[in-house]
Write a new protein. Structure first.
Length: 559
């Protein structure tokens, strides 16, 4: 194992299994998503963990879709999950499997349990099954159909498969122990009737196995060594073991870890589906969502996400991770790889009165000070420019060092300029500034050594590219989106200002030939990514993350 490999309790278990030759020196993991939504950051944690452990030991990694509920699953979700995994940088090679590949074997194992007296067909409704199951303090009661004969159960189960019964009228349950302290073991349902077309098997089946029955047998069939899943399946491990032991099948080891929870974020697929279906966001790839497609569109990098997952590690107890930490890893990555660009989001016109009309100079600008290999570019400078509205104050407050009447500032890569006049509209709003420049300060330094306290970014009006910029904020107002007023749910905590669309923004011409997915830093603004909505001559940029790194400042103060 490499020296920089993350260390955690799961890796310690795998290392011990390797030492004792528990699985003949094999490590074989899998990522088993249900194809009922787009992949999100919680999936990314599982993907990174399962793939990472296999790679560290020269093992294998499977992608298996647990597609046992045709009412919610589709090829759209299958394709989205595969796309997300590839984008993260992982490859399952030729090991792409589906639970539906094993439907015939699963059915045979179900009949085997019936023949062993370990499963029965139950006529109770779903509500009645819940009532009979009991509580944490009270044991369950046996179903009145629990003692049917093997022959009757086999006949009923086969007729279920043949489609003779209505949905909800019968299920197949394991016969275990209705008094078990673990409620999961109180005769869990193994099969239910669903007369729905499956995205892969069509109308071949009208009964479908439940996840707990499918999952362990699929792991066994594929020769998985370590079945790594999230903490909510800890109680289900007893059922995982019971099914495999009862059927005398090859037995992987199930290990649970804490799932990812982020502040100001919801990761649960049913909640994400609701946000999409009710139109609170523009789709599964809306940049405000935590899906991998949304993060990619917003400008997140797979390198930053993998570094974040390594950084937070793997735990046995649930906790909430500060969203600021993810943004910190993102800034660290983009700082190294994103080229710098000058973009003005809220333009204010500046006329340099003593600059020759019609003259254009090309100023040398650094592409990325963190990456010398990124080189330099030429930026046009002319008599009429745009600066940010917030970089000027007619009556500047104390400690405001940017442009003001009579004040001199530096224009990045260009000249020192001094504001000499202010033009206002009929409403008294500042719409234009007039300045003079010092020709001796070309490049941004004064030969006489005088200093200025502010450096402003700018764009030449003649050469500017008009752009739309989408400023994204957190989707929820509270760290815990589920902390809602009584009688309301997480929807009440949606941030009404999570998206602000700026039009008429001005960006330097170097971005004119860029394509969707291009990421850069607008100097002094933040990191931005070109959106697929961009058209020729009209780029659309998404705010990826602002420059301000609260997490880094907190850590430095703690240090």
């Amino acid at each position: 194992m490499a020296e920089n490999t993350p260390s955690d309790f799961i890796r310690a278990i795998v290392a011990e299994d390797m030492r004792t030759n528990k699985y003949g020196g094999r490590v074989h993991t899998r990522f088993p998503p249900e194809p009922n939504g787009y992949p999100q950051l919680g999936h990314a944690k599982s993907i990174c963990l399962n793939y990472g452990i296999a790679e560290e030991h020269g093992g294998k990694y499977n992608l298996r879709f647990d597609d046992t509920n045709p009412t919610r699953e589709s090829t759209e979700y299958v394709d989205a999950i595969k796309e997300g995994i590839r984008w993260l940088g992982f490859d399952w090679e030729d090991r792409e499997f589906y639970a539906s590949d094993y439907f015939d074997q699963l059915y045979e194992h179900a009949e085997q349990l019936i023949q062993m007296g370990k499963a029965y067909v139950d006529d109770l409704s779903a509500e009645e099954i819940r009532e009979y199951r009991g509580t944490l303090t009270e044991p369950g009661r046996n179903s009145p159909f629990r003692d049917r004969s093997v022959e009757e159960n086999l006949d009923l189960f086969r007729r279920m498969r043949a489609g003779e019964f209505d949905e909800g009228s019968r299920v197949l349950r394991a016969r275990i122990d209705m008094a078990s302290p673990n409620i999961v073991m109180r005769d869990p349902v193994l099969y239910r009737i669903l007369k729905a077309s499956h995205h892969r098997t069509g109308d071949k089946w009208v009964i479908y196995p439940l996840y707990d029955f499918t999952h362990c047998i699929s792991d066994s069939i594929e020769g998985i060594t370590h079945s790594i899943c999230t903490l909510e399946f800890e109680n289900n491990r007893a059922l995982y073991d019971w099914i495999l032991d009862t059927l005398d099948l090859y037995h992987p080891q199930q290990i649970e870890f804490a799932w990812l929870k982020l502040s100001y974020t919801i990761l649960g697929k049913r909640y994400l589906r609701r946000l999409v279906s009710e139109g609170h966001v523009a789709g599964w790839d809306d940049p405000r969502l935590p899906t991998l497609q949304a993060l990619r569109r917003r400008g997140y990098t797979p390198q930053a996400i993998r570094a974040f997952m390594d950084g937070i590690g793997v735990s046995k107890s649930n906790s909430v991770v500060d969203l600021g930490l993810l943004e910190h890893y993102l800034r660290q990555d983009l700082n190294q790889r994103a080229p710098r660009v000058m973009g003005v989001l809220r333009p204010l016109k500046v006329v340099i009165d003593n600059y020759p009309e019609g003259q254009v100079e090309w100023m040398e600008a650094v592409n990325n000070p963190e990456d010398p290999a990124a080189g330099k570019r030429q930026v046009p400078f002319s008599r009429v420019l745009y600066i940010e509205q917030e970089d000027f104050r007619e009556d500047p407050p104390r400690k405001f060092f940017r442009l003001a009447p009579g004040r001199e500032v530096r224009l990045r890569y260009a000249y020192f300029v001094t504001c000499t006049d202010v033009v206002k509209n009929d409403q008294g709003e500042v719409v234009e500034l007039h300045c003079t420049y010092d020709p001796a300060t070309r490049g941004g330094d004064a030969p006489d050594g005088r200093k200025v306290k502010a450096t402003l970014h700018w764009v030449s009006a003649e050469h500017a590219v008009d752009a739309e910029v989408r400023m994204y904020d957190r989707l929820f107002l509270k760290e815990d989106p589920f902390d809602a007023p009584e009688g309301q749910d997480f929807i009440a905590n949606l941030n009404p200002d999570s998206l602000e669309v700026l039009t008429g923004c001005k960006v330097e011409p170097s971005v004119a030939d860029k394509a969707a997915g291009y990421s850069c830093q607008f100097e002094r603004q933040g990191y931005f990514c070109m959106d697929p909505d961009s058209t020729e001559g009209h780029p659309v940029f998404n705010l990826t993350v602002a420059l301000r790194d609260t997490w880094a400042r907190i850590q430095s103060r703690r240090g």
